[in-house]
Design a binder for this molecule. Structure first.
Ligand SMILES: *[C@@H]1O[C@H](CO)[C@@H](O)[C@H](O)[C@H]1NC(C)=O
Ligand SMILES: *[C@@H]1O[C@H](CO)[C@@H](O)[C@H](O)[C@H]1NC(C)=O
Length: 333
């Protein structure tokens, strides 16, 4: 083990120890939607709605958003642009034409929400269930970040249904966020002389204490482990957790963060990577090993269908695509 591996390993262990401590003291609320700003000591609701630099937000009241059927406009300061549209009518739909490579749909989730069908350019791409136990605003209901360059039309259809519900269920729209396409030729340009895009570094010669830390995006999962894996992306590995970023109908526990557009793409990790450790082997593949058993108490992680991470080996092959298309964590329990 090299000195830097050793330092990383020690750091991981320290993080695990700290995280265990946090779990012990935060038993009252389940694992997420807690403290949002580092300075704050008051728990506040985590709002996944965020517009990264270069992306554009379209409010539910935008004339570019077209509604069909009965949609009610609801006003509250809790909503983006202080308004939201919702429907309970079966078959009511929204169409939204946009130009870009990424789209995010933000809306409410609560116990009255149900399943909607999402179509992209006429094709059914996802059935999403916006039901959740307590009311949360500005939640990311659906997103896609690897659309082909150019114009697209997204359509959302309310089915009014949900397994086990006898009442007609709701669908809501607070805002769309459109991420423009990255220049495909940017992917292999030489790294800049300041290869830390998350930090704003001051000109050489300035005293070091003048460095500033600027938040440009949200990783969607906690960055328990983070590695820059290409000129365009950071790989982030979390643990089984109630993260705002989701995949396959459950929270995601790993993500790829686009350093240019600040878009995040979930990784389909299956096992609990809490306390896992990782490094690169000589062919460039990252290997992440170990983790934690399934947690059945405070985080109720067993609901997620995650598997025991203790004996897991995860592979992340080199990711040559500048849109991270086709890049994922490989796991075979
Ligand atoms: C990318 O590079 C190719 C080949 O050099 C060029 O033909 C193309 O116009 C470039 N695309 C953009 C968006 O700059
Ligand atoms: C790198 O090595 C691992 C372990 O032997 C292997 O599974 C993987 O396919 C290799 N990757 C490439 C790109 O050759």
């Amino acid at each position: 083990m090299s000195a830097s591996d050793m330092a990383l390993h020690t750091f991981s262990l320290l993080l695990c120890a700290l995280a265990t401590l946090c779990l012990n003291v935060s038993a009252a609320d389940l694992a997420w939607n807690g403290h949002t700003t580092p300075e704050s000591t008051t728990p506040s609701t985590f709002l996944p709605y965020y517009v990264p630099p270069g992306a554009k937000s379209y409010d539910s009241a935008s004339p570019l958003v077209m509604y069909s059927g009965e949609w009610n406009e609801v006003h509250s300061k809790a909503y983006v642009g202080h308004s939201l549209r919702q429907t309970r009518q079966v078959g009511a739909y929204i169409t939204f034409p946009f130009n870009g490579c990424g789209i995010e749909w933000f809306g409410n989730c609560d116990s009255s929400h149900g399943i909607s069908y999402v179509y992209m350019d006429g094709e059914l791409v996802r059935k999403v269930d916006a039901r959740c136990d307590r009311v949360k605003q500005q939640q990311r209901i659906y997103w896609a970040f690897d659309l082909p360059h150019g114009k697209h039309t997204m359509k959302i259809v309310n089915t009014g249904a949900r397994p086990g519900s006898t009442q007609p269920c709701a669908t809501s729209l607070d805002a769309f966020v459109v991420t423009k396409c990255s220049d495909p030729n940017q992917s292999y340009s030489a790294p800049s002389s300041h290869p830390l895009p998350l930090l704003t570094l001051l000109a050489e010669g300035e005293p070091a204490e003048k460095w500033t830390l600027e938040q440009k995006g949200s990783t969607g999962v906690h960055a328990m482990q983070l590695a820059i894996i290409s000129p365009t992306h950071a790989l982030i590995v979390d643990k089984v957790e109630h993260n705002p970023l989701t995949t396959d109908g459950r929270p995601a526990w790993g993500a790829l963060y686009d350093l240019r557009s600040h878009a995040v793409k979930p990784l389909s990790m299956k096992s609990n990577s809490f306390c896992a450790g990782g490094s690169f082997i000589r062919n460039g593949t990252m290997v992440v090993v170990g983790g934690n058993p399934i947690v059945e108490d405070k985080t109720a992680a067993a609901d997620f269908g995650d598997v025991d991470g203790l004996q897991t080996i995860r592979f992340f092959q080199p990711c040559p695509s500048s849109s991270a298309s086709g890049c994922d964590m490989y796991e075979n329990p």
